[in-house]
Design a protein around this ligand. Structure first.
Ligand code: KG4
Ligand code: ZN
Length: 356
């Protein structure tokens, strides 16, 4: 009897060194059999942000061991894998090269297919692994590097409805955390501080909000928080909490408004399809944003899906799953496939069997 496909996934595009083994059965159901993530938080903490060169070196130091642990925890031998998948971009190029080169070496040595996975596609398909949902669905990806609405029509078939024109949302959280003197990663610290703050003390601008588009802009908001912080300096603990709470409320309102518009567009363009909004990326952990999205989804009669947070942030399981989804459709990449710093999700070369 067939067990479906067993795929190793490798993720090294930012500051997580991760590997996982995922099974996709013949009915299309996914099972995570191992999922190992090593965060580089400590390496980068003294610098207040991710240092690309340090990240690449840390991936080199740890990736082999993380892969070994993932395969061992799955109770498998490397030869029992059906394919090797790795993030090939977008991301910090040094780290991407480490993961992709390792995957190529494994694929060549084992004689198994290689899948060079788009990191954004891996985020986009995660809800099919966790919740088994069908296409199409709307995805809101909000991480440290990306903020975008994407219509997920099928494997390799994406339509970007809006992106950020400047900072990503996670990046805005991280910058606000920095200016309030909080540590990294900033998002969770801003959220914690916001709990004791007054969300209505500061009235921050909401760029683009009155325009009928699905793009985001967060750099003006970040500047407004900085100016308010400078005007209130020296900041008491309460001032800092009020700034964090007011920033977070503003962001939640912006995201909710955009999600409402995106769901209206989804209904108009796909009247027969069930309306579903999937959230991905580290900012999905934010409770106020989650609550705002829940409110919008309920009002629109849409289903809101937020996968478990460890699968919203960077991990190997999502890469393995995206590889498995492409593999069963005949996708495969050559050993000469290139790593890419930039690779938009809706580019022409997202085809299932691209570079096969
Ligand atoms: O997806 P992710 O782990 O890594 C990538 O950027 O790919 O996302 C990390 C981002 C960071 O900017 C972090 O500050 C933000 O997600 N984040 C949060 C929260 N948890 C993580 N932002 C707001 N609230 C949170 N609870
Ligand atoms: Zn990511």
């Amino acid at each position: 009897m067939s067990v479906g496909v067993r795929v190793l996934g490798i993720e090294t595009s930012c500051d997580e060194t991760a590997a996982a083994v995922v099974i996709r059965d013949d009915q299309g159901r996914g099972t995570i059999v191992s999922n190992i993530v090593r965060s580089q938080l400590e390496e980068h903490a003294p610098y207040g942000g991710v240092v690309p060169e340090l990240a690449a070196r840390a991936h080199v130091s740890h990736l082999d061991r993380i892969i070994g642990r993932a395969v061992e925890a799955a109770g498998l031998d490397l030869r029992q894998l059906d394919a090797i998948a790795a993030t090939a971009g977008p991301g910090l190029i040094g780290g991407v090269l480490v993961g992709l080169t390792t995957a190529k070496a494994l694929a060549a040595a084992l004689g198994k297919p290689l899948l060079a996975v788009n990191h954004l596609e891996a985020h986009a398909l995660t809800a099919r692994l966790t919740d088994g949902i069908a296409f199409p669905y709307l995805m809101l990806l909000v991480s440290g590097g990306h903020s975008q609405f994407v219509l997920v029509r099928g494997v390799g078939d994406y339509q970007r409805w809006g992106s950020t024109i400047d900072d990503a949302l996670g990046e805005a959280f991280d910058k606000v955390a920095k200016l309030l003197g909080l540590g990294v990663p900033g998002g969770p610290q801003v959220e914690r501080l916001a709990r004791s703050g007054d969300p209505h003390r500061f009235d921050f601008p909401r760029p683009l909000l009155h325009q009928d588009r699905l793009d985001f802009s967060f750099s003006g908001l970040k500047t407004a928080v900085r100016l308010a912080a400078e005007a209130a300096a020296p900041l008491s603990d309460q001032d800092a909490a009020d700034l964090a709470a007011s920033f977070q409320r503003t962001v939640a309102e912006i995201v909710a408004k955009r999600a409402r518009s995106a769901l209206v567009r989804l209904r108009a363009e796909w009247p027969g399809a069930p309306a579903r909004l999937v959230v991905a990326g580290g900012v999905a952990a934010n409770r106020e944003i989650g609550a705002a999205l829940r409110g919008v989804s309920e009002a629109a009669g849409a289903e809101l899906i937020i996968p478990p947070i460890p699968l919203c942030t960077d991990n190997g399981a999502m890469v393995a799953w995206a590889g498995a989804e492409r593999l069963v459709l005949g996708g495969c990449d050559g050993l000469d496939v290139a790593a890419r710093a930039r690779w938009p999700l809706d580019s022409a070369d997202m085809g299932v069997g691209h570079a096969a």
